[in-house]
Design a protein around this ligand. Structure first.
Ligand SMILES: Cc1cc2nc3c(=O)[nH]c(=O)nc-3n(C[C@H](O)[C@H](O)[C@H](O)COP(=O)(O)OP(=O)(O)OC[C@H]3O[C@@H](n4cnc5c(N)ncnc54)[C@H](O)[C@@H]3O)c2cc1C
Length: 391
């Protein structure tokens, strides 16, 4: 089959890239698993936070906001965002070392600035809080929950409505450069001739690059654990209100938030891993529960569900979006760390613009000039970093 672009990977990154590409050109999206969100995309905490990540991540998040607030007509019947908010607790040490002021400052540029609240205010917002080890708190009011499934399915439906194809159960296992493009071969022997490839293979993005003869970007998948816990049967306060904010601390050693009458908890683990079907470790689940119980009066009775996923990052924790300098026609859409859902609309738009027009959309460059933006996201920056490391 001949096609302009093959997108490899049907997580949120591949779905978003294929959606925006299909507006302009012919696209086939190939997903190796039998379900599109099987890996990281189906395992996230589903948060949209304009306070999170470095400048490049915040730029992409801000540029995604309008899509979340007002998706194109017919994209989804559900609202993509719903209210949440975050409280970040600070210890005496955080205050003494200046970490508290830094955290407050770094939240001031957000569309709705972060601000300090008293611990009493924090308890009023989340009545189970008993933050003995903490002395101050920050509110991050504009954080929202994302309906990840509605976003993901909206992109995939949109690809098909625009004439593109999305196929599950097709793992790409060979990429050969041919005159005018690439021959893509999948595990079941199917072949596609594509002018361009988009690498949205998540934790496997470096492995896919190796198939294409492109230099890897030094991607490190890091396991993060989540568990859904129910209250102990005889505990005095068992109720969970869906209106409670997420609670974390400013050094990000845990978080919890309400989810379907239970609490979703994480120890904020970041354990380096090979690309794999990540599974939760008992110790990480126990750590999450211990941290939850140490900052609240709530007591856990039972773990009703636990899972883990891989947040894949490169050295500067900035997404890698752009053409491989050593493999023309092979484009990266990878290294989306813990922010791949909230940045997906801008990532998809950026990659589609680079693939079809050779440059980023203007609004993504407005804060620093195009050259800065291109360089900030380009895979070439990582090759420079490794050159410098060698010298
Ligand atoms: C616990 C946890 C909490 C998180 N919380 C948030 C959050 O609150 N907000 C947020 O924005 N982000 C969050 N994230 C991060 C977010 O989930 C990721 O950044 C995002 O899902 C990455 O999407 P992806 O498409 O790059 O990867 P994936 O979803 O992993 O998709 C990649 C796909 O490529 C496929 N693939 C790989 N190799 C091949 C091949 N050779 N051929 C065909 N297919 C292939 C894989 O099967 C996979 O389905 C969280 C992540 C975790 C683990």
């Amino acid at each position: 089959m001949n096609v302009e672009v093959v997108v490899v990977g049907g997580g949120i990154a591949g779905a978003a890239c294929a959606y925006f590409l299909a507006e302009h050109t012919s696209v086939v999206l190939l997903e190796g698993e039998e379900a599109y969100g099987y890996h990281t995309t189906g395992r996230s905490a589903a948060l949209f936070s304009e306070y999170f990540g470095n400048r490049a991540v915040r730029l992409l998040t801000a540029a995604s906001r309008a899509f979340f607030d007002t998706p194109p007509s017919g994209f989804t019947a559900e609202p993509l965002l719903s209210p949440r908010g975050v409280i970040a607790l600070a210890s005496a040490e955080d205050v003494e070392t200046g970490r508290f002021d830094e955290a407050l400052d770094s939240g001031r540029d957000a569309r709705i600035a972060a601000y300090e609240i008293s611990l009493d205010d924090a308890r009023a917002m989340c009545p189970i809080l008993a933050p003995h080890d903490y002395v101050r708190a920050i509110a991050r009011p504009s954080v929202r929950d994302i309906d990840v499934d509605a976003l993901h399915q909206g992109f995939l439906r949109g690809v098909r409505a625009r004439g593109g194809k999305t196929i599950v159960g097709r793992r790409v296992n060979a990429l050969q450069r041919e005159a005018g493009g690439w021959r893509v071969t999948t595990g079941d022997g199917a072949q596609y001739l594509a002018r361009r490839i988009v690498n949205a293979a998540g934790a496997w993005a470096d492995e896919l690059a190796t198939l294409a003869g492109a230099a890897p970007i030094g991607l490190v998948p890091k396991r993060r654990t989540l568990a859904l816990v129910e209250a102990a049967a005889h505990a005095p306060n068992r109720e969970v209100a869906s209106s409670w904010p997420m609670v974390t601390d400013i050094v990000d050693s845990f978080y919890f938030k309400p989810e379907s009458g239970k609490l979703m908890v994480s120890p904020s683990d970041e354990t380096p891993s090979t690309p794999c079907d990540a599974q939760p470790e008992e110790l990480d689940v126990a750590t999450a529960i211990d941290r939850l119980e140490s900052v609240t009066t709530w007591r856990v009775g039972r773990v009703s569900h636990k899972w883990a996923g891989l947040r894949s990052v490169v050295a500067d924790e900035t997404p890698v979006l752009g053409e491989a300098p050593d493999a023309p026609g092979f484009f990266w859409a990878a290294a989306l760390g813990g922010f791949g859902i909230q940045t997906a609309p801008a990532v998809g738009r950026a990659v589609a613009a680079i693939v079809t027009g050779g440059k980023l959309p203007d609004d993504l460059c407005s804060n620093g000039g195009e050259a800065l933006c291109e360089a900030a996201f380009s895979p070439a920056r990582l090759m420079h970093m490794s050159d410098e490391n060698l010298n």
